[in-house]
Structures are given as C-alpha cells and as structure tokens.
Unconditional design. Structure first.
Length: 117
C-alpha cells in the first residue's frame, strides 16, 4: 500500500503563489507517475500536471507558464509551484501516484486552494 500526504494549500489573493507538496510512503516498489489533479465545485476532476519516471511532464493548457511540477525521487515527493494564481484555480487539489508493475493508482486526501479576486 502507498500513503500520500499533501500539504501547502490555503487562501491567497489573485496573482499570488502557493506551493503544494505530496510525500509518498509505504510499500513502494517503483513510482511511475506523480502528479496533481483538481476538482472545482460542480466540475469534474481534471489533470493539472504530472511527471513520469523518465522525466516527461504534462501540463493542462490552463496552467502552462504559471505552474511548475517537480519531483524528488529520493524523498518520494512531488511538488507543484503555483504562480500567478487566478480565481478559476480555486479547487481541491489531489495528489496522484501510479506505482508498481501493474500501474496501480493512489490518491491523496486533497488540499483546498482558494484564490480570492
């Protein structure tokens, strides 16, 4: 089993910055993908950004140029640096990890990000 602990959410004014962190622990053979999704009220959960074991990174078009994802393999931690935050970035952000030879997916408990205008 893999446990994910998120931190770094909060309330910020438009134009501000936040940094999310997600640390993985437990029985981890390999981590194939680490990333972040978000879900705003009344909307579906959507990919924000992810980073694969080979280094390939994907960003949602809406966050390109503002958000930066990175990972520390030794610490089994993924980060999301969010700059230039907009009210439409308000959502619960979930850490997402895909691990092992069977690509099993795990989710964090979610952290609230609120951007005021």
């Amino acid at each position: 089993q893999v446990q994910l602990v998120e931190s770094g959410g909060g309330l910020v004014q438009a134009g501000g910055s936040l940094r999310l962190s997600c640390a993985a622990s437990g029985t981890i053979v390999s981590i194939n993908v680490m990333g972040w999704y978000r879900q705003a009220p009344g909307k579906q959960r959507e990919l924000v950004a992810d980073i694969r074991s080979g280094g390939r990174i994907n960003y949602a078009d809406s966050v390109k140029g503002r958000f930066t994802i990175s990972r520390d393999n030794a610490k089994k931690t993924v980060y999301l640096q969010m700059n230039g935050l907009k009210p439409e970035d308000t959502a619960v952000y979930y850490c997402h990890v895909v691990s092992g030879i069977y690509d099993r997916a795990y989710w964090g408990q979610g952290t609230q990000v609120t951007v005021s205008s």
